[in-house]
Design a protein around this ligand. Structure first.
Ligand SMILES: Cc1cc2nc3c(=O)[nH]c(=O)nc-3n(C[C@H](O)[C@H](O)[C@H](O)COP(=O)(O)OP(=O)(O)OC[C@H]3O[C@@H](n4cnc5c(N)ncnc54)[C@H](O)[C@@H]3O)c2cc1C
Length: 323
């Protein structure tokens, strides 16, 4: 097949994971530099509908369906990829997710290829792969230059890249038959275990209104919830609030929480520590409300309001409702 860049699609229970479209976006950029095209490898069983969904983003999809691919296993995926690609691509991309960082090292071992994991950006310069990564708890950014005759394998941190949107002309779906020996999978999939408390996914929301320690006490959370509701958004939080159990951990934005990329992010009483900023700096529009005009959050905010959040937000909600 000889594609230059192959992105491994991720899906679960009939839904394509958003990182797949981020891989396509980055893959396209890299393919432009290597003079080739990006293809998506979609593996599963009964997933032709998903293949069509991915192809609607204007990218060719290589579709492999097999009983042994009904659920993800690294062994099944590695065998299928080896069969469907015939020769390894120049670059293989996977999400830096529990699936991607399980699969990528296995492929690297089987293909004797270098791997860079958890990249926040990737570029190709004169045949050298430049991988941007964060180290030391995201305190420092580094660029790694990797040169190899072998394929490059990289995992991309979800939320690092703007995903591709729907395209005017869909890409084609190319079914590829694969032979898989289930005995070589090494692992058996038994089922998904869900967290007991189901909560909303703040990473999927267009509007996130986050509360920080500046809201003073848990009883003031309805102020923030009121603004989120008025804007059709969801409530996020800085870490101290989830540490104090004011909100579930699933709401935490930042380095040790979730990375969000909403159209609108409103930081209410959040100082803007680097660990928080790591999780929201790529939002489309950032508005910060803080009493301290020198709070670091104002350095990343597009608009800043120096005010008491407990006075400003109710007034804003009133204004939004009357408008
Ligand atoms: C390894 C590690 C990982 C971490 N991961 C994360 C993470 O994922 N996410 C995260 O958020 N943090 C994380 N942290 C913690 C981070 O360093 C900060 O401590 C935290 O983000 C601060 O939260 P805050 O801004 O809500 O509180 P503070 O820093 O206490 O800031 C409160 C802000 O509210 C303002 N304020 C006070 N009263 C009002 C008012 N009435 N109206 C308006 N403004 C007001 C103050 O001026 C201040 O700027 C991590 C730390 C470490 C060491």
């Amino acid at each position: 097949m000889g594609a230059n860049v192959v992105a491994v699609a991720e899906h679960r229970e009939g839904k394509i994971a958003g990182v797949t479209y981020e891989l396509v976006a980055k893959g396209r950029e890299l393919a432009a530099k290597t003079g080739g095209a990006v293809q998506v490898a979609l593996l599963g069983k009964g997933v032709s509908g998903l293949a069509g969904e991915v192809a609607s983003r204007g990218v060719e999809v290589l579709l492999a369906e097999h009983d042994a691919l009904a659920a993800y296993t690294a062994g099944g995926y590695a065998q299928a990829l080896a069969a469907m690609l015939r020769s390894p691509p120049k670059i293989l991309l996977a999400g830096h997710t529990s699936q991607g960082f399980d699969l990528a090292p296995r492929l690297a071992a089987e293909w004797t290829a270098p791997i860079v994991a958890n990249c926040v950006d990737l570029a190709m310069e004169d045949g050298t792969l430049i991988a941007s990564r964060k180290i030391l708890n995201d305190k420092m950014a580094v660029e790694l230059a990797v040169t190899s005759e072998r394929p490059y394998i990289a995992t991309l941190r979800p939320g690092s890249v703007k995903p591709v949107g729907p395209a005017g002309a869909p890409g084609k779906v190319t079914p590829v038959s694969v032979l898989i020996d289930p005995a070589k999978n090494g692992r058996t999939f038994h089922g998904y275990e869900r967290p007991e408390v189901q909560d909303i996914d703040i990473a999927a929301a267009d509007v996130v209104v986050s509360a920080g320690r500046g809201i003073q006490k848990k009883e003031n959370l309805p102020v923030i919830e009121g603004l989120a509701k008025a804007l059709g958004g969801v409530v996020g939080a800085s870490r101290p609030l989830t540490d104090m159990d004011w909100l579930p951990k699933t709401r935490q934005v930042g380095q040790s929480g979730k990375t969000v990329r909403p159209k609108l992010y409103i930081a209410c009483g959040i100082s803007g520590a680097m660990q928080h900023i790591a999780g929201m700096k790529d939002a489309g529009l950032i508005i910060a409300i803080n009493t301290d005009p020198s709070a670091p959050i104002f350095e990343v905010a597009h608009y800043g309001v120096v005010a008491n959040v407990l006075e400003f937000v109710p007034a804003l909600v009133k204004e939004l409702k009357s408008g």
